[in-house]
Structures are given as C-alpha cells and as structure tokens.
Design a protein around this ligand. Structure first.
Ligand code: THU
Length: 156
C-alpha cells in the first residue's frame, strides 16, 4: 500500500513578523552565531532554546582540528540545557541562524544528527518542540514539531 506524508510549515517574510517571544528567540540565535568557534568551515551557527519556564539556553557550533569531534549549535544548546537544567527537560521552541564566511546572516537548518537528538527530547517531553530556522533574505521557516523535520526517526 502506498502512503503519503504531508509536512506543514509556516514561512514568515522577516524576523519582525514573528510573535514577540519567537522574535526574541531568533535574535538570541543570531547573537549566538557570534560565539561560534568555526576556524575550519568559517560557517557560524547559533541556536537558542526556550525552556518551559520561559528561560533561554543558547549554543553555537564548536569545531575541532579532529573534525568529527566538533559539535553543531543545536546539540550544543540542547545538551547544555539538558545537563544544566535536568529538572526542566521541557522545551517550547528552538531558533537556528547561520552566519557565512563573509559574516552575513544566512540560512541554517538542523542536520540529520541534530534532528535525531531533538526528536528524542521532544518524545520525552510528550509535546511538540517548535523549530524556527532563519532563511535567506531574513525570512523564517517554522515547523510545529521536530517530527515534521524527521519523520520515522529512530527509537528503541
Ligand atoms: N552546523 C551546525 O552547527 N548545525 C547544523 O545543523 C549544521 C551544521 C555546523 C557544523 C560545522 O561547524 C559547520 O556548521 C559547517 O558544517
């Protein structure tokens, strides 16, 4: 039997069009691109995670001369939140932004490994974690759930 999967998402023309809390979250992600340690790719990524109590934990990509030892911004943020606030492993939204080698803001979308990690926390908390990605031209894409980014994700 053939089945079809449909993914719904929203697109905003600019960060200014977001709800105030999401706008602040995206601004925090943009700010976090500045703390990227990316001497190899010269591509900075910033991530800002909003916890259930409204607080925000940020992360940026951290590279290493032994390339696979580095870590993406999204996992840096969510692992920081989960380890520093284990009692509040409940996440409302994640914003992600990129900064290219010229220092210009650009699109950044979570890689497959980050999607798998985010999916586990989403399933653990039992309600959706929204993901906002900065796109080219300052637009923003929002998916309502990590499931939308990684259908059929792995679980045990
Ligand atoms: N990167 C992230 O931080 N998040 C992603 O989801 C994709 C890629 C980082 C990893 C590396 O430091 C740089 O971007 C270039 O791949």
């Amino acid at each position: 039997m053939e089945k079809t999967l449909t993914i719904c998402y929203k697109e905003f023309g600019s960060v200014a069009e977001l709800e105030p809390a999401d706008r602040e979250l995206m601004e925090r992600a943009v700010e976090a691109t500045r703390s990227a340690y990316a001497p190899y790719s010269h591509f900075g990524v910033g991530a800002a995670l909003r916890l259930a109590d409204g607080s925000v934990v940020c992360g940026s990509n951290q590279e290493n001369a032994a390339y696979p030892s580095g870590l993406c911004a999204e996992r840096t943020a969510v692992f920081a939140a989960s380890s520093q606030r284990p009692e509040l492993r409940d996440y409302a939204a994640l914003a992600v932004a990129g900064r290219d080698a010229e220092g210009e803001l650009c699109e950044a979308s979570p890689c497959g490994a980050c999607r798998q990690v985010l999916l586990e926390y989403e399933r653990l908390q039992g309600h959706p974690l929204r993901v906002l990605c900065l796109l080219g031209g300052g637009r923003v894409r929002e998916v309502a759930s990590v499931e939308d980014l990684l259908p059929f994700g792995f679980d045990m």
